[in-house]
Design a protein. Structure first.
Length: 141
C-alpha cells in the first residue's frame, strides 16, 4: 500500500471460502513456509534463509493430477501499484486492496480485476496450464 500501512500477510475470505491470500516480501518469515491447506492446485510458499544455507538438489517426480478447481493465479508486483478488486463468484465486490512493489497474492476463488495506478507498473502472473484459450478459461464482466 502506498500509505505505508501495509499488512505483511493477509487472507480474503467470503462466506468461509478462501478467495485470496498474500503479503509482502518484507514480512517473509525465516525458513520455508507454505500457505493454504495443501489441496489447492497451485501450491506456493515463501523462503527466507541466511548465507550458507544449502537446499538439497531434487527433481520432481511425474505424478498424474486432476484439476477439479478453477484456475488459481499468483501475482507478484515488481514495481508500481495496482488497485486490486476482489469479487465473489456472483461478481459482487468483496474488497479493494492497493498492491505495491514487493506485494504478492494468490487468487483461489471468486474473481479479480486490476487498475494500474502508476506508469511503468510491472507485475508477474503465474498460473497452472495448459492454457485452453480465453473463451474457455475466463468469463469477463
Amino acid at each position: 500500500m502506498a500509505d505505508g500501512k501495509r499488512n505483511l500477510r493477509f487472507e480474503i475470505r467470503h462466506d468461509g471460502v478462501l478467495i485470496a491470500a498474500g503479503g509482502n516480501v518484507a514480512g517473509m518469515e525465516s525458513g520455508l513456509n507454505f500457505y493454504g491447506s495443501g489441496c489447492e492446485m497451485l501450491q506456493w510458499g515463501t523462503m527466507r534463509y541466511d548465507e550458507g544455507v544449502e537446499l538439497q538438489p531434487h527433481v520432481h517426480k511425474r505424478v498424474n493430477r486432476q484439476a477439479k478447481y478453477r484456475t488459481h493465479e499468483f501475482l507478484y508486483v515488481v514495481q508500481g501499484t495496482l488497485a486490486t478488486t476482489f469479487y465473489t463468484l456472483d461478481k459482487q465486490i468483496i474488497t479493494v486492496r492497493v498492491l505495491g512493489a514487493g506485494d504478492y497474492v494468490c487468487f483461489y476463488s471468486g474473481g479479480h480485476g486490476f487498475k494500474v495506478l502508476e506508469d511503468d507498473t510491472r507485475f508477474l502472473e503465474i498460473k497452472h496450464g495448459p492454457f485452453i484459450g480465453t473463451d474457455l478459461d475466463k468469463e469477463k464482466f
